[in-house]
Design a protein around this ligand. Sequence first.
Ligand code: WTA
Length: 635
Amino acid sequence: MSNYHIKTLEEYFQVYRKSIREPENFWEEIAEEHFLWRKKWDNVLSWDFSKPEVKWFEGAKLNITENCIDRHLATRGDKTAIIFEPNNPDEASQHITYRQLYEQVCRMANVLKSQGVKKGDRVCIYLPMIPELAISVLACARIGAIHSVVFAGFSSTALATRINDCDCQMVITADGSYRGAKTIDLKGIVDEALLSCPDVKNVLVAKRINSDINMKDERDVWLQPLLDNASTNCPAEIMASEDTLFILYTSGSTGKPKGMVHSTAGYMVYTAYTFKNIFQYRENDVYWCTADIGWITGHSYIVYGPLSNGATTIMFEGVPQYPDYGRFWQIVEKHKVNQFYTAPTAIRALAKQGSEWVEKYDLSSLKVLGTVGEPINEEAWHWYNETVGKKRSPIVDTWWQTETGGIMISPIPFVTPTKPTYATLPFIGIQPALMDETGEELKGNQKEGRLCIKYPWPSMARTIWGNHQRYKDTYFSTFENKYFTGDGALRDEVGYYRITGRVDDVIIVSGHNLGTAPIEDAINEHPAVAESAIVGFPHDIKGSALYGYVTLKDTGETRNQDNLKKEINQLISDRIGAIAKLDKIQFTEGLPKTRSGKIMRRILRKIAEKDTSNLGDISTLLNPEVVQNIIDNSL
Ligand code: WTA
């Protein structure tokens, strides 16, 4: 018997040791006993980080939707798979059983086929958090099409870049979306994006807000009538273990987003196994992750992880503050949520409103609380633990990335003693390493360094779409023979990990990864701007917020600075999305640079953090004189 469900600390250590000593035997047992295979593998793992190349369960055949849906029908056909909770609390929630999910996914899969989508084709999904989103994702997987979900808060330019990068020929969207008291014209954004996506042949449009939209002849089709006429039976395409399941874009340090490519079998096994253990999910529990399916958290822990365990998973369309700050807790009470998984930024925003909003509701169903996306600060951790969890529900601070596919470092609730702000111990099968700047591994406890992973795990991304070299350069070239995460971490005296934050040019704002380069590119498009540099600075709610230093062209004319700031933020909104807007913009006469012309962000970061006591030796700069001026005028 494999240890699919870990229940004690002793068991954790025992299973962990096994997963490190005999990884292939370990994962083979998990895969064999808990999943549905059309054909078993010939080889559990082959890998070479120097290429890099990683293959899990080679030779196996499967379809992930048979694991997420079909195999549950006999025993859980009438069990709720997805609870859809709408934006507006007055609108009824929907309970979709496993059998209904099966039928709806089959219908959608048949619609995709009838529109010419074939195995291996890329389908862009740009939808709000409505059931059609999960159903479209699963329908793609059903027929072997590769889904590329783009978060429906991205702008038309960002959407177009992502559509073109992986040559999507179809987009699935909605007429619009609800977001708190507002509606968003999603279809309008798609129309604008498609002006620069000549290869998109079909757009399927779900009706959500009943707005009057423009439908382009021969390209745009309403989804519902097609679904109504489609068959509820669609045989699953048999996929190879390493076939691509999806692409999901994440920001990098250069302008272009990276299309992380995830494969089928390894991703399935790892997301299922982590879900079961890290949330300690039991058969009749109701699980809620507040993320959007447009991010990796939603892929792995709203859709694939929960459904492959036959769980009940909530999809919430709205926002935490609408109609008031009690919305999350009202939903917990209404659906008797047992596991609740959210982001530190949401916790901080809600904590700021006071505990009254929480105390109005009965939260006694809660068993496990989770966080993800950024380091959680001590204050937020305690508020979550005391006010929400009443000190009864352990907090799992889960560290992972779009690239890792699943949770990598996290407590197992009721098993691993928690420690505020610590992600604690590596999950089963994960071999972290801390490296110093010279490339030496820091062995032993009480060490701080750059966080790497030494050995492959099943759900790791296999490449960057269309650019394997970039995959190698970004993740496997900084440290030889190791996956480099881009994060710094420390290991305490008992071996617990605490993630200290990014060590590259990615800034995490409200849990969203933002690369500095694309934002600077957007700012530099402004005709008045000569150059710019973005850094992060601490922010009460967002964790980090963006501080932009902007140098204007010397045209002799004076411009209203407030208007300029607005125009700059508008440009960022148009090019990337509102999530990337700057909180502070400082106009400077110059940016500090090295003699080779590289902007010294370290100095700018210190100034933004209001910590100018130790700027280091600035005399070697090309233009040391600008520094004092920037400090004097800092915001
Ligand atoms: C950060 C989200 C501290 C980290 C699943 C990582 C965290 C990046 C945590 C990935 C955590 C995520 N504690 N930092 N528990 N979880 N991060 O790709 O910097 O959106 O590299 O994946 O978020 O963000 P991504």
